[in-house]
Design a protein around this ligand. Structure first.
Ligand SMILES: Cc1ncc(COP(=O)(O)O)c(C=O)c1O
Length: 390
């Protein structure tokens, strides 16, 4: 049996319509199928591969760390240079109030940690989120999932969660003295790019301050230059109390993090001691890879190119079937007439050598979130292929 047949027989499916592509290599902006066919990658592993696939400095960092040690002890109990070094590097590029980092193994686990920290610090039960949000698939994060279709079958979920429309006065009014935290994305990614609404976000932050509520921002998809600034919150004029990171954080390795001030974070180590735990969070190889990718992002001046690349996509994506293009940096949604039109187009794209996807809450949109290193000629080729498939 070949790998595709083995996968069909023994791997749990997430849907009954997977792409069926069998990728054996990836480099820069391209994926390579077992047949040798290449695909221009417009989604970068869902906003993970911001510095391109298999960047040599990331691979070298992984190899060097793997040759030294892999797992030695559960998180937090021994000093591991890659963890300490990456935490310090991240903190140096965050506001002073976000100087303490808890590394996890995934984005969803960062969400769980942030929820726990909020409840521990405030002693309050309430959590407010937005409809059409995606924060992960574990049961706590799922309670914040934006729509009943996706979470209904798994109820009962975390109690105390209330959701309102993103950008609404209703959400703001709901923040009160029982609210531990408000959990929001800086821009709703899976809603097919909804926002950003800087004034609304500033008003939410103000309401949080007035009520002693923590503002928790999910930059798992928007962080690391995706939206044109290193962090999307820079474009919103706010600083969250807790920041959640993931995806590009690990440079292609599995990683998440929640970040807060030392004053907040130290409370997770007390009453109870070991308030949050993980065996593999901050794995040394993931930290080494993540820090290498972060340094590439900064040293190769990749983030300042993002707005120009966004403009090129917008200029070259011209077709009568496109209803609207919504974007913030290289996080873009191309709206068509229907979900069927999107699926047809995606299939044609894959056949033509272009890899893209849709959005959980916007099935009538094509996702464009390529590696941020995508070149201008690759953008032109992507737009040409996409328009041809439309
Ligand atoms: C905004 C956002 N938050 C959280 C998550 C969950 O991250 P993970 O899949 O690493 O658990 C995702 C994943 O797509 C996401 O897009």
């Amino acid at each position: 049996m070949n790998a595709r047949q083995l996968a069909q027989q023994h791997l749990a499916p997430t849907s009954f319509a997977p792409t069926g592509l069998h990728i054996v290599r990836a480099s820069g902006s391209y994926l390579y199928e077992v047949s040798g066919k290449q695909l221009l990658d417009l989604i970068g592993g869902i906003s993970v591969c911001n510095v391109g696939h298999s960047h040599p400095r990331v691979i070298e960092a992984i190899q060097q760390q793997a040759a030294q040690f892999l797992h030695v002890m559960v998180y937090g109990e021994v000093v591991q240079t890659p963890q300490a070094s990456y935490a310090a590097t991240l903190a140096a590029h965050l506001p002073p109030s976000l100087d303490c980092i808890f590394f996890t193994t995934s984005g969803a686990e960062a969400v769980e940690g942030a929820i726990k920290l909020s409840r521990r610090v405030t002693g309050r039960p309430g959590i407010i989120g937005a409809r059409r949000s995606y924060h992960g698939a574990t049961t706590g994060a799922l309670a914040l999932m934006g729509d009943e279709y996706w979470k209904g079958p798994f109820r009962p979920l975390l109690p105390g969660v209330r959701q309102y429309a993103y950008g609404s006065q209703e959400l703001m009014n709901a923040i009160d003295a029982d609210t531990a935290c408000v959990v929001l994305e800086p821009v709703q990614a899976e809603a097919g790019i909804n926002g950003p609404f800087p004034e609304w976000m500033q008003a939410v932050a103000q309401r949080c301050r007035e009520t002693g509520t923590l503002l928790v921002l999910d930059e798992i998809q928007t962080g690391f230059g995706r939206t044109g600034t290193l962090w999307a919150f820079e474009q919103l004029g706010i600083v969250p109390d807790i920041l959640m990171l993931g995806k590009a954080l690990g440079g292609g390795m599995p990683m998440g993090a929640f970040v807060a001030s030392q004053v907040l974070m130290h409370q997770l180590a007390d009453n109870p001691v070991l308030g949050h735990l993980t065996t593999f969070g901050g794995h040394p190889v993931c930290c080494a890879a993540g820090e290498a990718a972060f340094r590439v992002l900064l040293e190769e001046d990749i983030v300042p190119t993002v707005f120009r690349k966004e403009a090129l996509f917008r200029e070259w994506l011209q077709h009568p079937a496109i209803r609207e293009v919504r974007s913030i940096g290289l996080l873009m949604a191309v709206q068509l007439d229907s979900a069927e039109a999107v699926q047809q187009c995606l299939q044609k794209c894959a056949a033509a050598g272009l890899f893209s996807d849709w959005f959980l809450f916007a099935a009538d949109c094509i996702r464009i979130a390529p590696p941020l290193t995508i070149s201008e000629s690759e953008i032109r080729e992507a737009c040409r292929l996409l328009c041809r498939c439309l």
